[in-house]
Design a protein around this ligand. Structure first.
Ligand SMILES: [Mg+2]
Length: 276
């Protein structure tokens, strides 16, 4: 298991101390809060991998706190310590967005088991999600993720009135490379192009492979028509061809669209580029 940053929220000091010392034995680091209000203050200033929350607390109870936390961080795995005689508290804990619950008083073993299971499940879900949104061959975003991210980006650009540069990049002659040098080499060419794109554009740009030989880049370009970026891209391809050991020339065709300030409309401009 990894080590996590955990927020412990309980109105009883004894319980907080117990969990903190338990977790520190397992290499986790903790912050504590005595009620929901304090917990919200802390979570606004720090990031956590998980939270352990008592259900009955003054000022703000654990159910309300859980709802607030899930609003702020929908993916945060939360374990709720339910208690006493309330039979329905576990149900309300899960309904509020808790991933796990444990009835007080609990044994240390059970607590650790439940916590570990919750974190393992959470990690598994994150990995699955990442896989379903990534192009397996190149590690770039896949088509699905591109459209989700682009949608967010476009809304943002309309709000901030920033211009975006959209590039459609086709690898030329992929079929020829596959036919003459085999699919392994074709895959290498695609990986090579993906690396060139990563090198050319910024980390904040969206780079995706949306089809066999089709790539797209959405960039918040500083120069209006993306001339500097295009020059850098062409140079990096030349460099790849000059230094690489492959028996063919990697080349691309690029279509450029500028996505405009207020409307989110796209306009085509300039000459499209072919590095052949
Ligand atoms: Mg309590």
């Amino acid at each position: 298991m990894g080590s996590y940053r955990v927020l412990i929220v309980d109105d009883e000091e004894q319980v907080r101390n117990l969990i903190v010392s338990l977790f520190s034995n397992y290499g986790h680091s903790c912050e504590t809060a005595k009620d929901g209000i304090e917990a919200l203050e802390i979570i606004k200033k720090n990031s956590f991998d998980s939270a352990v929350i008592d259900i009955v607390m003054p000022a703000m109870d654990g159910i309300t706190l859980t709802r607030e936390l899930v609003n702020l961080h929908p993916d945060l795995p939360i374990i709720i310590m339910t208690g006493h005689a309330d039979e329905h508290s576990a149900e309300s804990a899960i309904a509020a967005g808790g991933r796990e619950f444990i009835k007080k008083p609990f044994s240390i073993d059970e607590f650790i088991l439940r916590f570990d299971k919750m974190m393992r499940d959470h990690r598994g879900e994150e990995e699955l999600l990442a896989l379903s949104l990534t192009d397996e061959l190149t590690g770039l975003y896949n088509r699905r993720r591109f459209f989700v991210l682009t949608d967010q980006y476009l809304k943002l650009s309309v709000r901030t009135k920033k211009r975006l540069l959209l590039l459609f990049i086709d690898m030329n002659n992929l079929k020829w490379v596959n036919d003459h040098h085999g699919h392994k080499e074709g895959d290498q060419a695609l990986i090579g192009l993906a690396n060139i794109l990563k090198k050319t554009f910024r980390e904040s740009d969206i780079i995706a492979r949306i089809g066999g030989d089709e790539f797209v880049v959405l960039s918040e370009s500083a120069d209006e028509n993306g001339e500097i970026l295009m020059t850098r891209l062409v140079e990096n391809i030349r460099d790849y061809n000059a230094k690489g050991s492959q028996d063919y020339v990697l080349s691309i065709s690029v279509g450029r669209r500028l996505i405009g300030k207020k409307t989110g409309k796209e306009t085509r401009f300039g000459r499209d580029i072919n590095t052949d």
